[in-house]
Design a protein around this ligand. Structure first.
Ligand code: C2E
Ligand code: MG
Ligand code: MG
Length: 663
C-alpha cells in the first residue's frame, strides 16, 4: 500500500479521494474515519439507514476492531484502509438497518460479492464469499485476490487483467483456493470502475454444478463396465476426424462365442472377461492417435485416427495376437477370440461415422462367417451385403408387426414305404410384394438383430396349432420345431412358452420334437437345464444337421437326445463315396445301440432312398417325398392319405424337380 500512503497531516490527499469515491459506491452504510474516530467522509446510506447524522466514533482507540457510533443501536465495524495514513473504514453492522434492499442483496443469499482495489486487494466482501473461502470477515481485508488463484493459472490472471483494463469487464470462470487449501470453481462477473479505481465482482460457486456436469459428460461418453469410451464418444470422435484431411480406420472387433461364456459361466464372469479384454487391448491404443471403445455387448472398436490399410491390418493382427494368451477369470482360463472387420474412410467418400462403422461391422460379420478369429477388410463387394442386411432387418421388423411369417411343413416319412410319420415346421417370410423368402435369406440377419425369439414365437404358435389340429382329427404326428440359439438362451421362459401353449391347445408335449443344431449347442452346460426341462414335460429333442459340426459325436453323449437328423451332405455322398457309406452305416448302428431314432435328411432321389434303406435307415426327409408345403396343401395331403401309408402316385407328384409351392 506504500504508493497510496499519505500522512494524516497531508489532509487526505488524492488517494483519500479515491477511497471516498469507493465509499460512495459501497452498497452498505459506511464512513471513513481517522484513528481518533473523527469522521472524514460518509456515504449516503448512513443517513438513509442510521438516520441521525453520524458524529465521531468514540471507542475506536480502545477497540480497533470494533467501535460504536453515537446511535446506540448501531455497531460499527472499523478496520484500516490505509495504515500509514491512519484511515479507517467504518461499516454499519446494525441489525435493524436491514430494510435497505441493496444491503440485503449484498449480504444474503449465495451470491458472492467482492470489491477489490486497483491492485486486486479485497476491500469489501460478503459473508457468502468469506464462507466459501473459509476466511473470517476480519481476515479478508487487504487480501491479494490473485493469491487465491491456483499458482499455475497465470493465463486466467493475465486475461482477466487485460479485459478489465481494456473493456472494463470480464466474466471469467476460475478456481479459487480456500483457506484450508481446497479449490472451488467460481464463475464471476467482474466490473472495473475506473472513476473509483474499484473492481466489483458478483460470483457464483459452480463447483458442484461443474462436478455434476463433468460426471454426466463422463457417463455420456464412457462405457460403465469397462470404462472405455462408449459408442457416443466413438461416433463423435469419428465425425470430428471425418471433418479433417485424416483417413481414420475403424476396426470393428466382435468377440466370438461370448454368449457361451455368459450363458455357461454367468454374467459376472462374462463381465470380468470383457473388462480383461478391454484392459489388454486398450493398452494397444495410444491416445490421442487411437483408442479402443466398447459399443456394447461383446462389440468393441479400435479406432486409428489417421491410418492406412497396412497399419490397420497390422493392428488387427496385433489384436488377434494379444488374444492368443488365455484370460484368467475367477479361476477359469478363458480363450477369447475376435472377428475383426476393417473399414477405412477414403478421402473421396462423403461417408458418415455410422456408415463407416456399418461397413466395419459388415466386414466383421464376414470374418465370422469365414470361420472367426480372423480379420476381413471391407470392400465394395461387401457393400451389397450391408444394404441387404439393412433392408432385411427393417423388413423383418415390419414382418413381425404385420404377421408376414408363415410356416410351411415338410413331412418326415418312414423307410421303406414313405408313410408320413412326422412334420417339420419351416419358417417362411411372405414379403409385402408376395415373394416368399426362405430361411437362408433372412435367418442370419434375424439372429444378428436379436429377432429370433419373436420369429420363433410366431412359428411355435402356428406349428403347435397345426399339430393339435391333426391330433384332434385322429392323426397325431410329431411336429419338429427348430430351436435357435437365442431361444434356447431364454432358458426357462422358452420352456414355459412352449409348454403353456401346448397345454392351452390340449396338445400332448410328446408330439413336439425340438431340433437343436450344432451351432446352438456350443455351450453344452448352458442349454442342458433347458433341454432337460423340456424333456421332463415329454418334449423330445432332436440333434439337427448331424455330422456338420466338430463335436457331433460328443453331443450324442452329453446331450439328452432322442432323435438324430443326419445332414443331407451325408445323404448326397452316400452314392459315390465309400467312406461316407461306412461312416453313415456305423453311425446308424451307434444310434440304434443308443436307442436313438435317426432321420436322414435331403433324400432327393430314389437312389438316395434305396441307399439309405440298405444302410438300415428307417426315417427320411427330402424332396423325393415332399417339399415343405403350406398348410392347405398339407391338409389335402394328409386328408388323402389318412393312414400315412405309401402312396406311389404321391412320390411322382412330389418329384425333386417340382419347386416348393409358394401359396
Ligand atoms: P433344417 O432344420 O435342416 O431343415 C431342413 C432344410 O432342408 C429345409 O430348408 C428344407 O427345405 C431343406 N430340405 C428338405 N429336403 C431337402 C432335399 O431333399 N434337398 C435339399 N437340398 N434340401 C432339402 P429351409 O426350409 O430352407 O430351412 C433351412 C434351415 O433354416 C433349416 O434347416 C433350419 O435350420 C432353419 N430354419 C427353418 N425354419 C426355422 C425356424 O422356424 N426356426 C429356426 N430357428 N430355424 C429354422
Ligand atoms: Mg431342422
Ligand atoms: Mg437339418
Amino acid at each position: 500500500m506504500s504508493d497510496v500512503r499519505r500522512s494524516h497531516e497531508d489532509g487526505f490527499g488524492e488517494e483519500i479521494l479515491a477511497w471516498a469515491s469507493m465509499l460512495a459506491v459501497l452498497p452498505i452504510p459506511a464512513a471513513l474515519v481517522d484513528a481518533d474516530g473523527h469522521i472524514v467522509d460518509r456515504n449516503r446510506w448512513i443517513e438513509a439507514e442510521v438516520g441521525a447524522p453520524l458524529v465521531d466514533l468514540e471507542s475506536v482507540k480502545e477497540a480497533p476492531g470494533l467501535a460504536f457510533g453515537i446511535d446506540e443501536a448501531t455497531r460499527w465495524r472499523v478496520r484500516p484502509l490505509d495504515e500509514g495514513a491512519g484511515i479507517l473504514l467504518a461499516t454499519a453492522e446494525r441489525e435493524d438497518a436491514g430494510d435497505h434492499l441493496l444491503r440485503k442483496f449484498f449480504s444474503s443469499g449465495d451470491s458472492l460479492f467482492v470489491v477489490y482495489d486497483q491492485f486486486g486487494r479485497v476491500v469489501e466482501s460478503n459473508a457468502a464469499w468469506e464462507n466459501l473461502l473459509g476466511y473470517g470477515h476480519d481476515e479478508v481485508f487487504g487480501l491479494d485476490s490473485w493469491t487465491l488463484l491456483p499458482p499455475s493459472d497465470l493465463e486466467t490472471r493475465d486475461r482477466v487483467e487485460r479485459e478489465l483494463r481494456t473493456q472494463g469487464r470480464s466474466e471469467p470462470v476460475f478456481e479459487m483456493r480456500t483457506k484450508d487449501g481446497a479449490y472451488r470453481l467460481v464463475q464471476w462477473a467482474l466490473h472495473f470502475d475506473t472513476s473509483v479505481g474499484r473492481c466489483f465482482g458478483i460470483g457464483r460457486d459452480i463447483t458442484e454444478e461443474n462436478r455434476l456436469a463433468n460426471e454426466l459428460h463422463r457417463m455420456a461418453y464412457t462405457d460403465e463396465l469397462t470404462e472405455l469410451p462408449n459408442r457416443t464418444k466413438l461416433i463423435d470422435t469419428l465425425e470430428a476426424i471425418l471433418g479433417t484431411s485424416a483417413t481414420p480406420a475403424v476396426l470393428f472387433c466382435d468377440l466370438d462365442h461370448f454368449k457361451v461364456v455368459n450363458d455357461s459361466l454367468g454374467h459376472h464372469t462374462g463381465d470380468l472377461l470383457l473388462k480383461a479384454i478391454a484392459d489388454r487391448i486398450g493398452a494397444l491404443a495410444t491416445a490421442p492417435d487411437s483408442f479402443f471403445a466398447r459399443l456394447g455387448g461383446d462389440e468393441f472398436v479400435f479406432l486409428l485416427n489417421d491410418s492406412s490399410w497396412d497399419i490397420a491390418t497390422a493392428t488387427a493382427e496385433r489384436i488377434l495376437g494379444l488374444l492368443g494368451e488365455p484370460f484368467s477369470v475367477l479361476g477359469h482360463s478363458l480363450h477369447a477370440n475376435m472377428s475383426i472387420g476393417i473399414a477405412m474412410a477414403q478421402a473421396e467418400g462423403d461417408r458418415t461415422a455410422e456408415t463407416i462403422l456399418g461397413e466395419a461391422d459388415t466386414a466383421a460379420y464376414k470374418a465370422k462367417a469365414l470361420g472367426r478369429n480372423r480379420y476381413r477388410k471391407f470392400d465394395e463387394g461387401l457393400r451389397a451385403t450391408v444394404d441387404r442386411r439393412f433392408n432385411v432387418e427393417a423388413g423383418l421388423r415390419a414382418a413381425l408387426a404385420n404377421d408376414q411369417f408363415e410356416v410351411h411343413y415338410q413331412p418326415i416319412v418312414a423307410l421303406p414305404g414313405a408313410g408320413v410319420v412326422g412334420l417339420e415346421a419351416l419358417v417362411r417370410w411372405r414379403a409385402s410384394d408376395g415373394t416368399l423368402m426362405l430361411p437362408g435369406e433372412f435367418l442370419d440377419v434375424a439372429e444378428e438383430a436379436g429377432l429370433m425369439p419373436d420369429i420363433g414365437r410366431e412359428v411355435i404358435k402356428q406349428a403347435l396349432t397345426v399339430a393339435a389340429e391333426f391330433a384332434d382329427g385322429g392323426r397325431p404326428l410329431p411336429m419338429s420345431i427348430n430351436a435357435s440359439a437365442a431361444e434356447l438362451g431364454c432358458g426357462a421362459d422358452y420352456v414355459t412358452q412352449v409348454i403353456d401353449l401346448a397345454a392351452e391347445l390340449g396338445l400332448d408335449p410328446s408330439l413336439i420334437l425340438l431340433e437343436v443344431t450344432e451351432s446352438s449347442v456350443v455351450a453344452v452346460e448352458s442349454i442342458l437345464p433347458t433341454l432337460n426341462a423340456f424333456r421332463s414335460y415329454g418334449v423330445r429333442i432332436g440333434l439337427d444337421d448331424f455330422g456338420t459340426g466338430f463335436s457331433s459325436l460328443s453331443h450324442l453323449r452329453t446331450l439328452p437326445i432322442d432323435v438324430v437328423k443326419v445332414d443331407r451332405t451325408f445323404v448326397s455322398d452316400l452314392l459315390g463315396d465309400q467312406v461316407t457309406r461306412a461312416v453313415t452305416s456305423s453311425l446308424l448302428n451307434l444310434c440304434a445301440a443308443l436307442g436313438l431314432d435317426v432321420v436322414l435328411e435331403g433324400v432327393e432321389t430314389t437312389e438316395h432312398a434305396s441307399a439309405a434303406e440298405q444302410l438300415g435307415g428307417t426315417m427320411a426327409q427330402g424332396y423325393l417325398f415332399h417339399r415343405p408345403m403350406p398348410l392347405p396343401e398339407l391338409r389335402k395331403l394328409l386328408g388323402r392319405t389318412p393312414d400315412g401309408d405309401a402312396d406311389s402316385s404321391r412320390l411322382r407328384r412330389n418329384s425333386p424337380l417340382a419347386a416348393e409351392r409358394t401359396s
